[in-house]
Design a protein around this ligand. Structure first.
Ligand code: TRP
Length: 393
């Protein structure tokens, strides 16, 4: 060990951001592995916390951006569609505009958790960047990076893995679902452990806010447990990592144009990169029903309700109000309203996207800058982690 004056203790090396700390009690050994993140009580609690957090962001993000640092991200598996736009992209831009320090991870290693091929990785990554920029994420304020390009982030996975049990990972509901959907593939080590990798995505930059859908809540609970256990086990209770909070999307789950779960393979999605004509053609064949009067009735008329929800979200109206306006116009009028709402709202996005696509060097530079910034942050965090673990040589 060096004889320098900086001793490798937690207090001496913690990034100032971390010292905000958390009021949560540390895990006692008997609760280790007691995560049960998918019950509805947890969901209700997460919704309550999320609402408070949203109000706090409104009031305080401008003054104290680090307290509200946010990380979120996507897997680069294909083009983003209107569901992504309505439930996450718009919200990211909204938070960025409020002064929240924003990190967006393009989770390229996560692509191979449940499939054998990396696919068109490079093209998919660039396509995500185009949508981020076209939607209004500003690369000067928002760090857009690919986690494969940040070695120190990935190294955090090793100590973090020591803080979870295999039983805990095996009962993660999202991992289980993905395993089921992966068509009989055996459970790979990467799929089993990706919630821990995702914790590294979140914790390397000390992000405090993670905008997620309900399906990602178990990962956030896992991340909170890792932060807590790290502090307790390796940092003598000092807050090296604060526990992040979920910011749940207000947007209901959107279905594809056939009224079933959106999936590229089913041809039921409208991509942000689609043209106005492609959008119109897709909506023309959307499933509806034969009732002339358009009403918003999600349980009895799910496909119609879904189209009304999409139109309402783009128009900033309640779906009931859209239905009221269409009245006895029937499915054709409904489809006209949806097509116009989508195309008018996305016109600017699509034009900006097409412009940016003509400048591949710019997209590359955004990624390079984002990766450089993420590396600087990750190296600082890893240095802290190694120091508190007595591993600074
Ligand atoms: N798992 C997320 C998805 O499938 C992507 C992701 C990776 C992510 N790392 C993250 C989301 C960290 C939030 C925080 O969409």
């Amino acid at each position: 060990m060096s004889t320098s004056t900086t001793s490798p203790t937690a207090a001496a090396t913690i990034d100032p951001v971390d010292t905000v700390g958390t009021s949560e009690a540390v895990d006692s050994p008997d609760t280790f592995g007691a995560l049960d993140p998918d019950d509805s009580a947890t969901y209700a609690a997460a919704r309550d916390r999320s609402a408070i957090l949203d109000a706090l962001i409104d009031a305080r993000a401008g003054e104290d951006p680090a307290r509200f640092r946010m990380l979120t991200g996507d897997r680069p598996t294909g083009p983003l569609h209107i569901g992504h736009y309505l439930s996450s992209l718009r919200n990211r831009v909204r938070l960025q505009q409020k002064g929240v320090e924003t990190f967006v991870v393009i989770a390229d290693y996560q692509v191979i958790t449940d499939r054998d091929s990396v696919g068109e990785m490079g093209a998919n990554v660039r396509s995500l960047v185009l949508d981020y920029l076209a939607a209004g994420l500003d690369p000067a304020r928002t760090t857009i990076f690919t986690h494969s390009a940040v070695p120190a982030l990935n190294q955090l996975v090793l100590p973090f893995l020591s803080l979870v049990t295999d039983a805990e990972l095996r009962r993660n509901p999202t991992v289980k679902d993905e395993l089921t959907l992966s068509g009989g593939r055996p459970l790979s080590g990467l799929l089993l452990t990706y919630p821990v990798h995702q914790a590294a995505d979140i914790l390397f930059c000390h992000s405090r806010i993670v905008p997620v859908g309900r399906d990602q809540l178990p990962h956030l609970e896992q991340t909170r447990a890792i932060a807590r256990r790290f502090n307790q086990r390796y940092a003598a209770g000092h807050s090296v990592f604060a526990e992040p909070d979920a910011l749940l999307s207000e947007v209901p789950l959107l279905l594809g144009t056939d009224g079933t779960k959106m999936a590229k393979s089913k041809g039921n999605v409208i991509n942000l990169s689609d043209t106005a004509d492609e959008t119109a053609a897709r909506i023309r064949v959307a499933r509806t029903d034969s009732e002339r009067r358009i009403t918003f009735d999600p349980s009895r008329r799910p496909a119609v309700a879904n189209l009304l929800t999409i139109a309402g979200l783009f128009l900033g109206e309640e779906p009931e109000a859209v239905a009221e306006r269409i009245g006895n116009g029937g499915a054709q009028a409904l489809k006209g309203v949806v097509t116009e709402a989508v195309n008018e709202s996305l016109g600017g996005h699509r034009a900006r996207r097409a412009d940016l696509a003509r400048d591949p060097a710019y997209v590359t530079s955004v990624l390079h800058d984002g990766n450089a910034r993420a590396n600087a942050v990750a190296e600082r965090t890893l240095a802290t982690v190694r120091a508190v673990m007595g591993m600074s040589y």
